[in-house]
Write a protein that binds this ligand. Structure first.
Ligand SMILES: [Zn+2]
Length: 196
């Protein structure tokens, strides 16, 4: 998948986690930090591909992976490493950051990072190149349906961007009555649109 398609799906996934699971307001320090972190972790696995946008922008990680001779879609695309992210998030469930009068939990940020990382592996799965999902086991898995770039990727990017925009807007409606009113009006017109 393309860089931006991964980021769009990462944003969509983390927005859902913030709204449905951690109940973190989107427009809050941990909410914005979680979405920002997701933009990084959702493309992090592709740092294992020399010359890719991810490898260039995350070059310290890319250099380390190259030194370790990590192959593309190997360990970085495994559920094992994704599980480590969720373990880190669970460990940080009671970590708080205090800056002056501001105090917030790191949990939504770490969980957002984990969701972003996992979202990369999930959306690479339909691709035509296998992922070493159960690393350190050697087997590679994929649905072998979609090329890693091309028109389907571009369509998915737009779909996921629209979906994340909708979910973020829904999250904002939970915070702001004026936006909630918009959802109520839209719901009366088209019942498939949820009430906020
Ligand atoms: Zn990938």
């Amino acid at each position: 998948m393309l860089y931006r398609t991964h980021q769009a799906f990462g944003l969509f996934s983390t927005s859902l986690v913030l709204i449905n699971y951690t109940h973190t307001p989107i427009l809050s320090v941990p909410g914005v930090l979680a979405l920002g972190t997701t933009l990084v972790t959702s493309v992090m696995p592709d740092a294992d591909e020399p010359g890719s946008v991810s490898a260039k922008s995350l070059f310290p990680i890319a250099m380390a992976l190259e030194m370790l001779r990590v192959t593309h879609r190997g360990p970085t695309h495994s559920l094992t490493i994704a599980a480590l992210w969720f373990w880190l998030a669970a460990s940080g469930a009671h970590w708080y950051v205090t800056i002056g009068a501001l105090q917030f939990s790191l949990y939504p940020v770490l969980l957002g990072a984990a969701a972003g990382y996992l979202s990369h592996i999930v959306i690479d799965f339909p691709n035509k190149e296998g992922e070493q999902l159960l690393w350190p086991l050697k087997g590679r898995f994929a649905l072998y349906l979609i090329p890693a770039d091309g028109i389907v990727n571009s369509i998915l990017e737009v779909v996921f961007l629209f979906a994340s925009f909708f979910v973020v807007l829904y999250g904002l409606a939970l915070q702001y009555p004026a936006i909630a009113l918009m959802f109520q009006i839209a719901h009366h017109t088209l019942s498939i649109i949820p009430r906020a």
